[in-house]
Write a protein that binds this ligand. Sequence first.
Ligand code: AMP
Ligand code: TRP
Length: 329
Amino acid sequence: MKNKKRVFSGIQPSGDPHIGNYIGAIRNWVADQEEYDNIFCVVDQHAITASYDPEELRRNVRQLVAVYLASGLDPSRCSLFVQSHVPEHTELAWLLMCVTPMGWLSRMTQFKEKSEGKQEQVSAGLFTYPVLMAADILLYQADGVPVGDDQKQHVELARDTAQRFNHLFGETFTVPQPIIRPVGARVMGLDDPTRKMAKSESGQNHSIGLLDEPDRIRKKLARAVTDSHKEIVFDPRRPGVFNLLTIYRSLSGQSQEEIEAHFEGKGYGDMKRELADVVIATLEPVQARFRELTEDPAYIDELLAEHAARVRVIARATMDKVRRVMGLR
Ligand code: AMP
Ligand code: TRP
């Protein structure tokens, strides 16, 4: 019996998680965990679509699970697991690939960006990445997918895939909806506020890591790109200041008016210092809990095994149905 709506989401363990991941995804999962039936995944098979180091991947998976827990996801209310521990994801991905038109995948902006100028060299996995993501979501019959703005197109592809499959083979999948917050769904790079903050960007002052030390956070924010104006107001035509104020707004919970009134007559230096205070105050308890969790790696391994077994029951039930309607059994 399903009385709460189910949400599914995931993050790639492909580098250090940053405040974009936190503001756009993790903290919204935490805030809404009472309202939903929650499944959150560390999508390791998505992280191998570009070149990577196997040892680093293994470490990043554990680190990201600890970040999920440290951020406040409650294992008694959320299932937390690693994608590759449930083999049904890749099985369903293959079946869905056979009902997904190439044209849909060719239109994905993330693929176009990531493959720009090297279409012949990137892996076929990078191209079919959104199908694996659709499989993640549809396998659990999720109603909602809480993500940042950059994943909207991928969730829409999962939606289209569910509808097409249901049309071809009969009602099989719940058609999922993206859940995107109006504020903070696209945090931009500190060094270049016209580009999304991303794990794949390498610049020293590009992102704030969730595990960054307070000193580092202060330094990075002090160097964040602004502009030559003075007024501290929310103006999207001034992307640097707009981004910093948006981070402030997301983490402080204050309204735009309150923030503009608060900073009236102050300078960028003051604003950056106060923003650093807010970021540090938000991350301090997360980091403390993270350190505690990493002292006991066995706890995380046991939790992952138990939760994978739990979600696999749902995955198996979906696959039974899918194989049957597709004539594979
Ligand atoms: P990724 O790091 O690409 O695995 O993204 C994991 C989650 O964080 C997804 O829900 C993304 O939409 C979200 N996310 C990633 N980068 C940002 C960003 N710069 N601003 C807001 N949300 C983001
Ligand atoms: N593609 C997503 C990202 O990079 C991660 C992801 C994989 C995901 N599978 C998912 C997100 C399923 C939501 C639901 O951010």
